[in-house]
Design a protein around this ligand. Structure first.
Ligand code: FE
Length: 171
């Protein structure tokens, strides 16, 4: 019996520490009820994928333009709490203020809210899950996902790749 309990505990630890993607820890996914139907050529910032790749380099291009996910706990801004503004890593639109960031154990930079009107939401059914993807409303680049298990009064957890962001320190 002890061995069985031990095996179950190790199994739970293994799966909770090796999430293949940004996953919800709640039962419901999020409180978003309006999904963007915008096509790629409808965003204000328009660049060819060759131009994005040349600007971003392979690593950031994969996250921002191919909807990649950086490994958890590896990102530059995961445990970063300076005062300032997080801008889109592709088009540099301000997306999140440092006051909207909170310390999360999920392994990616987490925010409980975003600057109004800067984020678009898209239903994402990849990896056998139903999640809500977050995109930059100005250039359509992939940022991460949003979940409704946030610990603050907004109830939201924007789970964002560090590689999708750049930080501008408060002057
Ligand atoms: Fe952008």
């Amino acid at each position: 019996m002890q061995r069985l309990t031990f095996t179950i505990v190790i199994g739970i630890l293994f799966f909770s520490c090796n999430s293949p993607a940004q996953e919800s820890r709640g039962t419901e996914q999020n409180s978003v009820d309006t999904y963007s139907m915008k096509k790629n050529d409808e965003y204000p910032v328009q660049k060819s994928e060759a131009e994005w790749r040349a600007q971003l380099g392979d690593e950031k291009y994969h996250i921002l333009r191919e909807k990649g996910t950086e490994y958890p706990r590896t990102g530059e801004y995961n445990l970063h709490f300076e005062k300032g503004t997080y801008v889109c890593g592709a088009c540099h639109t301000p997306l999140f203020e440092s006051g909207q960031k909170f310390e999360s154990d999920c392994g990616w930079p987490s925010f409980d809210d975003a600057i109004d009107g800067t984020i678009e939401f898209v239903k994402d059914t990849s990896h056998g899950m139903v999640r809500t993807e977050t995109l930059c409303a100005n250039c359509g680049s992939h940022l991460g996902h949003i979940f409704n298990d946030g610990p603050t009064e907004t109830g939201q957890r924007y789970c964002i790749n560090s590689l999708s962001l750049e930080f501008k320190e408060e002057q």
